[in-house]
Design a protein around this ligand. Sequence first.
Ligand code: URA
Length: 442
Amino acid sequence: MQFLEILEKKRDSGRLSIAEISFFIEGYTAGRIPDYQASALLMAIFLNGLDTDETVWLTESMLYSGLVLDLGDIAGIKVDKHSTGGVGDKTSLVIAPICAALGVTIPMISGRGLGHTGGTLDKLEAIPGFDVNLDLDRYRDTLRRTGLCLIGQTKEIAPADKKLYALRDVTGTVANRSLISASIMSKKLAEGIDGLVLDVKAGRGAFMERLEDAETLARLMISIGNRMNKRVSALITDMNQPLGTHIGNALEVIESILVLKGESDPHRTDLVELSYALAAHMIVMGDRAGSYEEALGMVQQSIDNGSAFEKFKEIVREQGGEDTCLDDLSLLPSATMTCLINAAEGGYIDSLAALSIGRGAVLIGAGRQTLDSVIDPGVGIILNKKIGSRVEPGEAVMEIHYNSEEKLAEAMSQFEGAISISKDPVPIPDVILKVLDEGETT
Ligand code: URA
């Protein structure tokens, strides 16, 4: 088989066979197909699409490019959550300890930042010493003892996705529903879970802007999960504005800790509502509660009695991190300079474009612009206002935490352009737009 023929077939909108898809995945994973050819095929797929069968074949090829873990020897139903990617989305850091504190086993294998969106691994690495690169023996052992483990893809888990994910990030080929589905489902199905709750983002800061497209993506992933005998449900959630108030790696760790400690802020209600809802769905899927309402009550209890925060400290310690940082947040990395972005006029915040804020965050160093960019964990943004907030002329809407004047200058137009203000009151948007239960397939 010639890779060039496969590439040309998809360029001309042809349908790839299972053999052609596995030829691509095997060849690319083994290094026989170079990045420039893989990039060209990704772009052809991005432009011309894959149908459901091609997407399932791609997922399977990526899944079997590495080890498929069997966690059958670890007690309990294993449940994970995965988000399609957003700005300020730190729910994994909140819900993983909540669910583990409530007895659900959480084997969480996460990704790094992609495009303008942040990644759980980059956030966890903002905690000094935290090791996301545990080998599989330590992963199993940690999971067995603490009910939770937070790692990145090891070289054994879906290695095809690991390579493709990094390549898509720098070739403008992220926002395609088949590529996203195959990427997420291959690594999630490889980690040995019984069930998965998906957080599929919709809006201008999401890879899928329109609600209908996000729903199609969610249904596609539920279908793939069902074909592989896994329980999968999905929440479609808003990503027009960043989630919560903090964006950037250490800043997102700080906000997660505030949520785990029950420290409320009116601008953080979206993050709290979504985290609680995702956790409650996972608790029901993990058979720890008989109803969603009961599970929500348990989530609140785990915050009120401190067990969720204690579980977070435990996992930080287990994975080599300095848990003293969680009690003294000033020990986390921070930026050396801050500047305010003020409202040009008074009124109500009408838009706080997640895409622009995410792009701005990448430009000041919170994300990667190339494969080998190094993340600056301390930089980021704190939002003082959210959509619907009243703002006076000249009042600060956001605070930028940065380490380089040059990078800030590059990012400034993104931050300023993210804000729009209306004279008339603007309703506070819902964060949860739709819930798709298990079985709601394509
Ligand atoms: N998250 C993933 O794991 N993969 C994607 O392609 C997008 C979001």
